[in-house]
Every structure is written in structure tokens, then in C-alpha cells.
Ligand binder design. Structure first.
Ligand code: SF4
Length: 244
């Protein structure tokens, strides 16, 4: 299958249908997307800007930045509860700066590397207040300058936090796109570049949460469920030696 022949519309329609069925069974979205969706719904329920500002509710970009940082090397369920716990105490960078590092570490425990993440969160809050008037910056360059933030987090903040067209390639997106033969790359950065060249713009944002869910439930890292995979007809199964 040549890259130019990949039927993206069909693939995304299958993925969206599969995901709608999954959600109707009560399964949540991947943690960061679930938190971003909650924030977006809560913002649109407030009628006026004054009402939104008065409550000092966390901005969507702050929620995505904090929860994506917490999610690194951490299970989805833990990310969800730890992020909600921290954001309840630190809905803004100012509020976070008012907490001790130990307190932040305690709130996000048991996420992986919770002490390092607590230190980075404090540094980030300080930079946002000093350089960006307490707001999360909207450019890739500025986001990459923040401590502990790589391309994956920056792309997720741009797409889920600001609604911009960005492709967030994590381990699931990288693995599935290569297994299927849609790209032929060695690193997530190369996958992002390859997808930018061929994926229609309308799929840049949804590819992350759709393939993260798909990777957690069907195309698992070890022994994927190929026998019940709705994308089997569009997959070359490259490098798959064991499947169910
Ligand atoms: S056929 Fe198997 S390897 Fe291919 S996408 Fe489906 S689960 Fe993954």
C-alpha cells in the first residue's frame, strides 16, 4: 500500500464508529482529552465572559498542560484522578505558585516521577507569570522552552488546549501508524513529519485521542487483538509477531 493510496476517510470513519460504540459502553476518553472536554463544557455553560472570569476556573490550555505533564509515564486512571486533585487546588499558575513543592508532589502522587514533575510544574508556573501574564503561550517554540515539555505535550496543548491544527504523536500513534504501514518511521518526531505530509488537516486533532483509545483497547503494544480489529483490511501488520 503506497502512502498516497491510504484511504484516510474510510479509516477515520471506522475509527469514529468504533469509538462511539466504546463510549456508549461507558468507557471514558483518554485522560487528557476527557479533562479538556470537561473544561470546554464547563466554559460553554457560563453565559458571559465576566461569569467565566469571576470563577477563576482553570483555562483549557492550563488543564491540558498540567494533565499532559502529569500523564508522562503514568496510567490513564492515575492521570485523571491526580490531575483533578491538583487542579482543584491549583486552578491557575498563580494558585500553583502558592503551593509548596512537597504539597504538589503529594497531590499528584502516585504518578511516575512525581517529585520531578512537581518541581517542573512550579518552574512552569513561575515562567508563565513572569513572561506570559499568567497565561499558557500559544506557540510551539514558547511551549518547548518550558521545563519538561517536549513536542508531544506541546502539540497536545496546541490541539486540545487551543483548538489549533496540530498532530500529537505519542507511543500509540507512532506504533499503530507504523504497524499498519501508513508511515515508515523510526521516531515519533519522524511520524509527525510524515503525517503532516499526507494526513488531511481535518484529522490532525482527532488522530491522537482516537489512536490512543484504539491502542489501549485493540492494537495493544504486546499481542494486539487483530482477530477483532475493525481496521484489519487497512493494516499490513508490520512487525507483529504475536496477536490474538
Ligand atoms: S490488524 Fe492488528 S496490528 Fe493492525 S491495526 Fe488491527 S490490531 Fe493493530
Amino acid at each position: 500500500m503506497l502512502n498516497t493510496e491510504i484511504p484516510w476517510d474510510t479509516i477515520f470513519s471506522i475509527l469514529q464508529e468504533w469509538h462511539a460504540e466504546l463510549r456508549s459502553s461507558g468507557t471514558e476518553l483518554p485522560s487528557v482529552s476527557a479533562l479538556a472536554l470537561e473544561a470546554s463544557a464547563s466554559q460553554s455553560n457560563k453565559e458571559t465572559k465576566q461569569e467565566r472570569d469571576a470563577e477563576k476556573s482553570p483555562s483549557q490550555a492550563w488543564i491540558v498542560l498540567v494533565s499532559t505533564l502529569i500523564s508522562l509515564r503514568t496510567k490513564d486512571e492515575v492521570t485523571l484522578t491526580s490531575s483533578r486533585r491538583l487542579l482543584a487546588h491549583a486552578p491557575t499558575p498563580e494558585a500553583l505558585l502558592g503551593l509548596e513543592q512537597e504539597e504538589i508532589a503529594r497531590l499528584i502522587y502516585p504518578t511516575g516521577f512525581y517529585r520531578t514533575k512537581a518541581a517542573n510544574l512550579l518552574k512552569i508556573a513561575d515562567i508563565l507569570i513572569r513572561q506570559y501574564e499568567g497565561r499558557v503561550p500559544e506557540t510551539m517554540e514558547a511551549l518547548l522552552d518550558l521545563p519538561g515539555i517536549g513536542r508531544k505535550t506541546a502539540n497536545l496543548v496546541l490541539s486540545e488546549g487551543f483548538g489549533k491544527d496540530a498532530i500529537c504523536v505519542d507511543i500509540h500513534v507512532h506504533r499503530i501508524c507504523n504497524r499498519a504501514g501508513w508511515v515508515d518511521t523510526k521516531t515519533p518526531e519522524e511520524t509527525e513529519t510524515a503525517l503532516r505530509d499526507q494526513l488531511p488537516l481535518k484529522y490532525w486533532r482527532p488522530i491522537n485521542w482516537l489512536l490512543v483509545s484504539f491502542g489501549q483497547h485493540i492494537c495493544r503494544p504486546q499481542s494486539p487483538f487483530c482477530s477483532r480489529c475493525p481496521l484489519a483490511a487497512y493494516c499490513l501488520r508490520r512487525g507483529v509477531t504475536k496477536n490474538r
